[in-house]
Write a protein that binds this ligand. Structure first.
Ligand code: NAP
Length: 244
């Protein structure tokens, strides 16, 4: 039986990923920060599929909490085969000149520091077994940069660079490190967009639809699966063909 820890799995892409892994027979640790009820309901749903699942509260931007998250996962599920660093936040769309110091720090704390702390805690478990899969979650903006999304683009660009560097560092230990960089996905993160904005985005997408969390979950599973033996340091872009 394989085990996965998914950060930010209470909602959106993380929750869809947790469902897909459980459907494939994985035991799943569902990390949440604020959405406790959603996380607990998800765990009930996953357990009903016959796999082991647990909800673990941790703010991954806090090093002690991120470390304990990994340790608790290993204690409760008996090991760790894959880590999905999905937790993240975006800022309201705004000019760089309107971005406060606090906003800049918050977006790096959740998206970059959180990944660093969680991966740092998980790596010794993977190295001991000389096996493991790490999948990080960037964004189309981390690949191309987005106007009025400079802080978020910079943080998601850092996720891509960390992924590539880590893939080189951990390859000799038999660990793969890959990234998914989703396009526009229908989750709470885009709930502020009105119908007209969503429609104009949709028209820019060659596959002519906004992505679903399940679209991204399938890419994450592909990169985490034990059958992924030779793909590392890559960025897979479930984005419907936008901005490629
Ligand atoms: P979402 O629906 O807003 O969900 C965000 C998740 O991250 C929630 O489960 C939230 O947990 C968790 N989270 C946020 N900060 C956290 C922290 N400090 N510690 C632990 N968990 C934290 O967002 P989403 O759209 O699913 O996004 C998931 C990932 O995909 C993010 O990294 C995002 O940047 C990336 N992404 C999204 C899109 C998109 O269009 N939606 C596109 C490209 C990339 P709580 O609710 O429990 O606090």
């Amino acid at each position: 039986m394989s085990t996965v820890l998914i950060t930010g799995a209470s909602r959106g892409i993380g929750a869809a990923t947790a469902r897909l892994f459980a459907q494939k027979g994985w035991d799943v640790a569902v990390n949440y920060n604020k959405s406790e009820q959603a996380a607990r309901e998800l765990v009930r749903e996953l357990s009903a599929l016959g796999v082991r699942a647990c909800a673990i509260r941790a703010d991954v931007s806090d090093p002690a909490q991120a470390t304990e998250l990994v340790e608790q996962t290993v204690r409760e599920l008996g090991g760790l085969n894959a880590l999905v660093c999905n937790a993240g936040i975006a800022l309201p769309q705004q000019l760089l000149t309107d971005t406060t110091d606090e906003q800049w720090r918050s977006v790096f704390a959740a998206n970059v520091d959180g990944m660093f702390y969680t991966v740092r805690a998980a790596v010794p478990h993977f190295v001991r077994k000389k096996a493991g899969h790490i999948v990080t979650v960037s964004s189309v903006w981390g690949m191309t940069g987005g106007s009025c999304e400079v802080a978020y683009s910079a943080a998601k660009g850092a996720v891509v660079a960390m992924t590539k560097a880590l893939a080189k560092e951990l390859g000799p230990s038999g660990i793969t490190v890959n990234c998914v960089a989703p396009g526009v996905i229908a989750t709470d993160m885009n709930a502020h967009l009105d119908g007209d904005s969503l429609e104009s985005l949709r028209q820019e997408i060659p596959l002519e639809r906004i992505g679903t969390p399940e679209d991204v979950a399938r890419s994450i599973l592909f990169l985490s699966d034990g059958e992924n033996t030779y793909t590392t340091g890559q960025v897979l872009q479930p984005n419907g063909g936008i901005f490629i």
